[in-house]
Design a binder for this molecule. Structure first.
Ligand code: FMN
Length: 408
């Protein structure tokens, strides 16, 4: 299959642009053997490359290019399949934007084209190329430091586990994971997630239930989460609980029951963030919206969980007007190398800012993911980079510190 891969990157400090000429002539031979075309643009700081050729060969070459120390912050902009090549002459060609006017470069690239139709009709690869040549979108190039520029240091010894036996509630427990603001070293909230008594997953717990008992169990379980949070001494921090949206529809007086359990647990509704996932299909919208009103009127706050993973996210957002959204972990994974994910998350950040909704990035595992999100304007994070969920207790948090050689 014919693959087109477009990426951009940043030239490394120690590289002299004169040395690129040698690199290009070697790459020209290599690409010829691999049946790959590599159109490379350089503006003095950034590279932009379009690679076109057999899928396996392009993927293999791209992973070699990603390891190349001559550049960094390599971000894929497009990975797509085509019926025919745009550039039939395999090899490698460099277009240096510092020495030519943008129209000349565009014309020179177009002259290399061998497929009249691909380069004429609204072609995404060509649009990317034009955008780079015209130096548009540069404000969205967020540059981050290498992964080892930050160390993550655990700050406090483990607190004792909460070993309470709640006699009537023995077949489940809760794990707690903090949501943090790493640069101000602040725990914003704890998220409580249901687990089996020995730590089995929420999915495992729910799979044992059937019919409407799922919703009743979902609601009833929160009583334990509130009681545990209070015993763990969360003080005036907020606690976030996940609720199936249909629980609010199927269980009569669900919000009232939730309020009673919050108060019985020694907490106040203002401390509670109810996170609903966008995947739990909502039928009976009238009942759902009544429950939403009651929930907000009680002082509890609303979050949309796993945002970006399902189909109803944007519509649900306009209907519920949440206080927070938690971006799904799959959207966060390797965001520093993915142009499409970066574009989507930047759009989420923009509309959340316009609507005064705070954004939480979940599932953050790599320093580079956090650095990119921080540069994009996200302040609140959840993920193993900072703290893993801990069964029946609050985990230790690892806070970022700038590594010695990056301190200015
Ligand atoms: N090498 C190629 O063979 N083809 C290319 O199209 C190509 N493009 C590159 C673009 C940039 C911006 C950079 C920094 C390097 C590029 N290279 C290219 C060089 C490769 O990263 C690598 O050095 C080369 O393939 C030799 O790899 P090897 O020593 O593992 O055989």
């Amino acid at each position: 299959m014919l693959l087109t891969l477009v990426y951009r990157s940043h030239i490394s400090e120690h590289v002299h642009s004169a040395s690129l000429v040698d690199m290009v002539s070697q790459a020209n031979v290599n690409n010829g053997l691999l049946s790959i075309t590599g159109i490379l643009l350089f503006d003095g700081m950034h590279f932009f490359q379009l690679l076109e050729g057999p899928e396996e060969a392009v993927d293999a070459l791209y992973s070699t290019i990603c390891q190349d120390q001559r550049h960094h912050n390599v971000v894929v902009l497009m990975r797509d399949y085509a019926q025919s090549r745009r550039f039939g002459n395999v090899g490698m060609e460099l277009f240096d934007l510092r020495h030519h006017h943008e129209d000349e470069v565009l014309q020179a690239v177009l002259d290399k084209g061998t497929s009249k139709y691909r380069l004429t009709y609204e072609d995404r690869a060509l649009q990317f190329l034009c955008t780079f040549v015209q130096a548009r979108e540069k404000e969205n190039y967020l540059e981050i430091l290498p992964a080892d520029s930050w160390s993550f240091i655990a700050d406090e010894p483990l607190k004792a586990e909460v070993e309470f036996i709640f006699p009537e509630m023995q077949d489940y427990s809760f794990a707690f994971q903090p949501i943090v603001d790493p640069l101000s070293r602040e725990i914003i909230s704890y998220e409580a997630t249901i687990r089996g008594p020995e730590g089995g997953s929420a999915m495992e717990y729910y799979s044992r239930l059937s019919g409407t008992t799922i919703y009743e169990a979902d609601l009833k379980s929160k009583k334990l989460a509130f009681a545990m949070a209070q015993k763990m001494g969360i003080g005036d921090k907020t606690i976030s609980i996940k609720l199936l949206p249909m629980t609010l529809v199927m269980v009569p007086d669900a919000v009232e029951s939730l309020i009673n359990d919050i108060i019985a647990g020694g907490l106040v509704p203002e401390q509670i963030v109810v996170a609903i996932t966008e995947n739990g299909v909502i039928t009976r919208e009238d009942k759902f919206s009544t429950a939403m009103k009651q929930l907000k009127a009680s002082g509890m706050r609303l979050a949309i969980d796993d945002f970006g993973a399902g189909s109803a996210g944007l519509l649900l957002l306009t209907q519920c007007q949440p206080d927070k959204i938690m971006i799904d972990r799959n959207m966060i994974c390797d965001i520093h190398t993915s142009g499409p994910k970066q574009a989507v998350v930047q759009a989420i950040i923009r509309f959340c800012s316009a609507l005064e909704i705070s954004v939480i990035a979940t599932g953050v595992e790599k320093p580079e993911e956090w650095m990119w999100l921080d540069a994009a304007g996200v302040c609140n994070f959840q993920g193993e980079l900072f703290a893993e969920p801990r069964l029946k207790g609050t985990p230790v948090v690892a806070w970022p510190e700038v590594s010695y050689e990056y301190q200015s």
